[in-house]
Design a protein around this ligand. Structure first.
Ligand code: ATP
Length: 332
């Protein structure tokens, strides 16, 4: 459904010298800086796949999604989505994809969402019965029936995002580009949006490319992830494989020493020397110790902790996916 070949976008920006005279100088000798926001990015996505698109701030995710949506032209390389070249901006292409930018609104602020939906119906020329069927389905899935007549500017952030998703899906696109659709939402709304996206993807086999800085989104929705860093693709494959990479093979052991008689926290059994012998150790103000240890040493280190001093509580967890990905970026 999506074929991207060596897609590159270079932005040329004017580099202003500091101060007033810097501005005047710039009138005569302009200095430019080139930024390759995307560099030789290639990938294929099959129909119905739900792929996570990851990268730190400024990696080039939004730029790539904008090129795939035909909002900006590539400097070089090609893209085909559903057989169309997005840069040609054909009307037929506009009918098969949607782009949702979590930080931007497409709904009219001073109108109730339902009126924006009717405007979208008119723009796409959607038949009344299929429009109604789609709207009813989306409204029920997102549970926003009671908010359809409220001005968009009076909606909560979560309600607004749900309306944005409805607006994007009214014309039944085959491909959905989602750029941070859960940004700023509370955990309950994030979960509602995630549940909706999972259900919608399974029901309609829509191909989805999702960027999010919330790893819960990616973990719950995407089996496959594409990771870019400084405009270049550095990983494309199963999320599970990323999770078993070196960083992920580590575990985090957290424990709280038991309270001693008369003492605030009994940490004497775990002095600085003990801590320095155990690699990455940190101690929180509440007395909780955190050790990051290789997976094959977890049992031995846990036994050692328990035999070294009285322990009130101990937990063993996986290294968060955020840290695994951060390690991937750092190794580049
Ligand atoms: N219109 C533009 N003009 C000049 N530079 C740009 C423009 N748009 C993006 N860039 C630069 O391209 C790089 C990639 O930006 P992009 O917005 O694609 O990153 P991103 O991965 O989406 O980041 P974030 O996670 O912060 O949204 C950045 O260095 C950015 O400054």
């Amino acid at each position: 459904m999506i074929e991207v070949r060596q897609l590159t976008r270079v932005f040329r920006t004017y580099k202003k010298q500091p101060g007033f005279w810097g501005g005047v100088k710039g009138l005569f000798h302009r200095q430019f800086e080139d930024t390759a926001a995307a560099r030789d990015v290639s990938f294929d996505i099959k129909e119905g796949e739900f792929v996570g698109f990851l990268g730190p701030n400024g990696a080039g995710k939004t730029t790539t999604l904008k090129m795939l949506s035909g909002l900006i032209y590539p400097t070089s390389g090609t893209a085909r989505v559903g057989g169309f070249d997005p840069s040609k901006r054909e009307n037929a292409y506009r009918r098969i994809f949607a782009l949702v930018l979590g930080q931007k609104n497409q709904l009219w602020w001073d109108l109730p969402a339902i009126e924006s939906f009717h405007l979208i119906r008119a723009i796409y020329g959607l038949p009344a019965d299929s429009f109604k069927a789609t709207l009813d389905e989306l409204v029920a899935l997102l549970d926003v029936g009671h908010k359809l007549n409220v001005m968009v500017r009076e909606l909560s952030l979560g309600e607004r995002m749900k309306m944005e998703l409805i607006a994007a899906l009214l014309h039944r696109p085959r491909v959905l580009f989602l750029d941070e659709p859960t940004i700023g939402l509370d955990v309950v709304s994030q979960k509602a949006v995630r549940n909706f996206l999972r259900e919608y993807n399974q029901r309609h086999r829509v191909t989805i490319l999702l960027t999010s800085h919330y790893m819960a989104d990616i973990k719950e929705l995407c089996e496959r992830v594409i990771v870019i860093h400084k405009g270049t693709k550095i990983y494309d494959g199963a999320l599970a494989r990323l999770e078993t990479s070196s960083g992920a093979r580590k575990k985090i052991i957290s424990f709280v020493p038991a309270l001693a008689e008369g003492a605030e926290v009994a940490s004497a059994a775990f002095p600085d020397t003990w801590q320095s012998q155990h690699g990455t150790t940190s101690r929180a103000p509440d007395g909780k110790f955190t050790l990051t240890v290789p997976g094959d040493k977890v049992v031995a280190v846990s036994q050692e902790v328990l035999s070294t001093g009285p322990v009130a509580d101990i937990t063993i967890e996986d290294v968060p996916l955020e840290d695994v990905i951060a390690e991937l970026f750092q190794s580049r």
